[in-house]
Design a protein around this ligand. Structure first.
Ligand code: ADP
Length: 212
């Protein structure tokens, strides 16, 4: 594209937010880590929480740690693109952090719960929403058990919740099955690349020519 003379059409690669959601245990954290390490132009966004830092977590690196009061004030002021109450603690995606990443020319990944993705699209209409599905319910249960963090009762609850959450998949732009981590990551990268090449996102036509 650099060698293209001014009378040529050109593509300006405009970054956009990539929202990834999945029922707990699908492998979202694993796949997002892989996506971040596969392309330096894809970055994570610093999100806010009212939960206290866990051992080793750094302020303004792992999370923006806020008091409940500060969080509520910012929420009322429209500071967040999306908020969620999880196990009694608030989490939120600061609009300004997403905008700052995009301004730096980075594709910003947002790892949000299934309701959150639709809220993000309201603030950032050019966001691409991708829903990850497990290959089967049996495999989801195996992965939840494999994490070794939940009791049988907790796993039964998570499976019920997963079934409810998966119905939201139809409202997302893309659905990708996380059968194998590398393959799933490659499909996510393919989506990001195809979306980046969309004419509506970045094609600039020379003046005086029809635009379509
Ligand atoms: P989530 O963030 O969606 O709750 P995790 O990334 O914590 O899920 O993954 C849940 C478990 O499943 C982890 O033990 C992880 O190693 C495993 N896992 C993730 N993706 C795959 C995959 N494609 N195949 C097999 N196991 C996977």
């Amino acid at each position: 594209m650099d060698q293209c003379p001014p009378e040529c059409p050109r593509l300006i690669e405009r970054p956009f937010p990539i929202v990834i959601s999945a029922a707990s245990g699908t492998g979202k954290t694993t796949v997002v880590e892989k996506l971040l390490s596969s392309d330096g132009r894809i970055v994570r966004v610093l999100t806010a929480t009212t939960r206290p830092p866990r051992g080793g977590e750094q302020k303004d690196v792992d999370y923006l740690f806020l008091s409940e009061e500060e969080f509520t004030t910012r929420k009322k002021a429209g500071y967040f693109a999306e908020t969620a109450l999880v196990h009694g603690h608030w989490y939120g995606v600061p609009k300004e952090n997403v905008a700052a990443g995009l301004k730096k020319g980075k594709w910003v990944v947002l790892n949000v719960d299934v309701q959150g993705g639709l809220a993000i699209k309201k603030t950032f209409p050019d966001a691409v929403l991708i829903f990850l599905l497990p290959p089967s319910l049996e495999e989801l249960e195996t992965r939840l058990r494999g994490r070794g963090t939940d009791s049988d009762e907790e796993i039964a609850k998570r499976m019920d919740q997963a079934l409810r959450e998966m119905t939201v998949a139809a409202e997302y732009d893309y659905v990708v099955v996380n059968d194998e981590v590398k393959d799933c990551t490659n499909r996510l990268l393919a989506i990001v690349r195809a979306e980046t090449s969309r004419t509506a996102r970045g094609l600039v036509m020379p003046k005086g020519r029809p635009t379509k």
